[in-house]
Ligand binder design. Sequence first.
Ligand code: HEC
Ligand code: HEC
Ligand code: HEC
Length: 317
Amino acid sequence: MKNQMIIGIILTLIIIIFIGVYWANEPARQEAARQELFQEKMELGARTYATQCARCHGINGDGLAGPPLTGNRLPEEALTRIIQRGIPHTVMTAWSAEEDGPLRDSEIRHLITFINSWDDDLLDSVREESARESGEAAAAEPDKFASTGESLFNGKGCAACHGNNALGRVVKPGPSCLSCHTGDLRSLEIAPALPGHSAEEITEKVREGSKEMPSFDEDKITEDELGEIIAFIEDIPVPEISGDLEASLSEALEAVRNEEIFWAGLQLEEALTAAELDVQKAQIEKVIENVADGNLAEAAEQLEAMVSGEEGDGHAH
Ligand code: HEC
Ligand code: HEC
Ligand code: HEC
C-alpha cells in the first residue's frame, strides 16, 4: 500500500516535470518547425526555378536572355503579377495556370519565396540532383542537338527569342491579347530570322546588343562558344524567297512608291499567301497596316529591306 503510494507520487512528479520541460521548449520547437517549412518552400521554389526559368534568366539567376533575378527589388505584388501574367509582347510569357501557363499558384508562391531569399548553394544542390536524375534520360536521347553550336544556341537563350532553328519567332493573337486590344490584331514579331547574317554582324549584335536584344559579354558566351553559334547559324540555309513572293513584293514596292494604294494592297495580300515563314507573314502584315494607315515611307522602307533579302524592320518597339 505504502509502496504503491510512493510509486504514484513519483509518476505524478515525472509527468509534471515532463510537461514543464515540454512547454519550456515549445517556442524553440515552433521556430524549428517554421524553419523547416521555409526550407521546404525554398527547395520547391529552387526546383521550379532550375527547370523553368534558368534557361532564360541564367543558371545562377545572373541574367541571360532575360534580366537578372538575384537581388530582386520588385515589390511582391509586381513580381507575382509579372510571373502570373507575363510581360506582353515579349518571350516572358504568362506562367499561371489561370492564364494557360504551366504553374499552379502554390508553385508560383514558392518560386517567389526563393527569388526573394536567393540561395546559390541550394540551387546548386537541386541542380546536381536533377542532373543525376536526367542523366539517365539524356543517355536515352544522346543526339537531342545535332551540334555544339545548336545546343549553345538553345542553352544561351538565343532560341527563346529567335526560335529553335533561328528562323525567327512571332506571337500570334490569342485570348490573352484581348485585355488590351480589341478587334483585328495581327501577329507580332518577337525576333527576326538569322540565316544569311555574316559572322561580323552576329558578333557585333551579340556583344553590343540593342534596345530589344540583351548583350552577352565573354562571361556569358566565350569567344569559342560564339564561334560555334555562328557556325550553327551559317549552316542553316537562307530561307528561299519564292519567285511568287519576290514578284509580289517588288510589285507592291513599286505601287507604294507610286502611291497606288489599292494595287499595293492586292499585291501584299498575294505576298501574304506566298510567304512561308511566320516572321515573313508578320512583316508583310505590318507593311499592310502601314499602307492602310498612310505610312507609305515606312512601308516602302520595309519592302525594300525584304526585297533586297535583308531583314525588314518588323519587330516590336
Ligand atoms: C523564354 C525565356 C524566358 C523564360 C523561360 C522566363 N523568362 Fe522571365 N523574362 C524573360 C525576358 C526576355 C524578360 C524581359 C522582358 C522585357 O521586359 O523585355 C523577362 C522578365 C522577367 C521578370 C521581370 C524582371 C525585371 O526586372 O523587370 C521577372 C520577374 C521574370 N522574368 C521572372 C521569370 C520567372 C520566375 C520565370 C520562370 C517561371 C521566367 N521569368 C521564365 C524571358 C524569360
Ligand atoms: C530577349 C530576346 C533576344 C535574345 C535572347 C536574343 N536576341 Fe537576337 N535579336 C532580338 C531582337 C528583338 C532583334 C531585332 C532587333 C535588333 O536588331 O536589335 C535581334 C537581332 C539579332 C541579330 C540581327 C538580326 C537583324 O536582322 O538585324 C542577330 C545576328 C541576333 N539577334 C543574334 C542573336 C544571338 C546569336 C543570340 C544568342 C546569343 C540572340 N540574338 C539572343 C532579340 C533577342
Ligand atoms: C498589357 C496590354 C497589352 C497586351 C496584353 C497586348 N498588347 Fe499589343 N500593344 C499594347 C500597346 C499599348 C501597344 C501600342 C504600343 C506600340 O505601338 O508600340 C500594342 C501594340 C501592338 C501591336 C502593334 C505594334 C508593333 O510594333 O507592331 C501588335 C501587332 C500587338 N500589340 C500585338 C499583340 C498581341 C499578338 C498580343 C497577345 C499575344 C498583345 N499585343 C497583347 C498593349 C498590349
